[in-house]
Ligand binder design. Structure first.
Ligand SMILES: Cc1cc2nc3c(=O)[nH]c(=O)nc-3n(C[C@H](O)[C@H](O)[C@H](O)COP(=O)(O)O)c2cc1C
Ligand code: SF4
Length: 369
């Protein structure tokens, strides 16, 4: 049973012991708590953990690879994960939030004239002018920093890097946000240039490292950043040429977070494996491994998707928050012991949004059990 889930795979340039990957997940908890949560997930038997939102620039949001303390933190994470013969991947990201727009809102937030929801809307509105008017020198500095950050990540012990194709890469790629008229805007190829340069910078800095690309796809009313499905025939060969070894495919960002992290009652993405049709589209144009993500919880379903070759690996965020031992239990044939994620978003996304940290209803002491 579940032979494919258990089978090793060459994913890009590394060997994975099975097909289950912990999807990038921001926790918003103390560093000690974070290390313990990641340790538990590694102990549960998955083959690789993707550490979400590792900033590529000095002074970016999140724990920095550039400071002694931040670097030591990532080293500890890598050592902890490796203890369980699990691989670790750094998701390299650059936020597209405009600091200046944020600073302008600070007083309003402090005086409670601007709610957190209003702040989110104002920051969204600031993305397009920020991307469109960014000076060329700054653009090149950021794309180059993907290489520098990748080198530091490798030195800290990461086995692989994932270039976060959303956030700033995705905003540059999108005609909705990017209205530049220079080499980084206009045609699809010009809009994709930011992401392509980021991937090339990593490849140039570390010729041998495995590079995964989180590939955001927008569809109709869903998502504002990233690429359209009709862009894929052009983009995938360019990404491969730039150095991409594998793809992590999902819905693009920049609308309601409940679209990219959909609850079970979501009108379009409520079903198991909700974003896999995007993987079908990607598979038409690449032979590189493709990792699916989004509402993957049921062992039978996951096995079937892997076995049919629809996806090469299955990434899970919420299911491994609900039960980190999902891989171990599946491999031991104890599927009836699994605590299934019910896709309620109450304590994971909900916790993150309430600034109380990413948790799960199954955790002891969770408010909404
Ligand atoms: C609490 C939480 C935090 C997340 N943080 C990140 C992140 O830092 N980077 C990212 O690319 N995706 C992030 N995601 C999205 C997940 O990687 C994944 O794509 C999404 O949750 C759908 O998969 P799932 O149904 O297995 O949860 C986050 C998801 C959750 C629930
Ligand atoms: S809180 Fe709900 S959606 Fe989030 S991981 Fe737990 S069961 Fe899944």
């Amino acid at each position: 049973m579940y032979e494919t889930i258990q089978s090793p795979i060459r994913f890009g340039r590394i060997e994975l012991k099975n097909r289950i990957i912990f999807a990038p997940t921001t926790f918003g908890v103390s560093q000690e708590e974070y290390i313990e949560k990641i340790r538990k997930i590694a102990a549960g038997g998955c083959a690789m953990i993707i550490i979400g939102d590792v900033p590529v620039c000095k002074g970016g949001f999140g724990i920095s690879l550039y400071t002694k303390k931040g670097f030591a933190f990532y080293q500890t994470l890598a050592e902890t994960v490796h203890t369980y013969h699990c691989k670790i991947c750094a998701q390299l990201h650059q936020s597209d939030s405009d600091w200046k727009a944020m600073v302008r809102c600070v007083l309003g937030v402090l005086l409670k004239r601007i709610s957190m929801d209003d702040l989110r809307i104002k920051l969204q509105e600031a993305v397009s002018p920020y991307i469109t008017n960014m000076p060329l020198k700054k653009v090149r500095k950021i794309t180059k920093s993907f290489g520098t950050a990748a080198k530091l990540a490798q030195q800290a012990g990461f086995d692989m890097v994932q270039v976060h194709g959303d956030r700033m890469c995705g905003s540059f790629a999108s005609a909705v946000y990017n209205h530049r008229q220079d080499a980084y805007g206009g045609t699809l190829k010009k809009r994709a240039r930011f992401l392509l340069e980021a991937v090339s910078a990593v490849r140039k800095a570390i010729p041998e490292i495995s590079i995964d690309v989180k590939l955001p796809i927008r569809m109709g009313q869903y998502g504002k950043a990233g690429f359209l499905q009709e862009d894929l025939s052009v983009i995938l060969p360019l990404l491969e040429r730039a150095g991409a070894d594998s793809f992590h495919v999902t819905l693009a960002n920049h609308d309601d977070l409940e679209n990219t992290i959909p609850p079970a009652n979501h009108v379009a993405f409520g079903q198991e494996g909700c974003f896999l049709p995007f993987c079908d589209a990607v598979k038409q144009y690449t032979k590189k491994p493709v990792c699916g993500v989004g509402g993957l919880t049921q062992p039978d379903f996951v096995e079937q998707q892997l076995k049919s070759g629809r996806i090469d690996c299955a990434a899970m965020s919420r299911q491994l928050l609900a039960d980190s031992d999902w891989p171990k239990k599946v491999m031991a044939g104890e599927v009836n012991q699994i605590r299934h994620c019910v896709r309620c978003n109450r304590e994971c996304l909900g916790g993150l949004q309430r600034h109380t940290g990413t948790h799960c209803i199954y955790e002891k002491g969770a408010k909404s059990v």
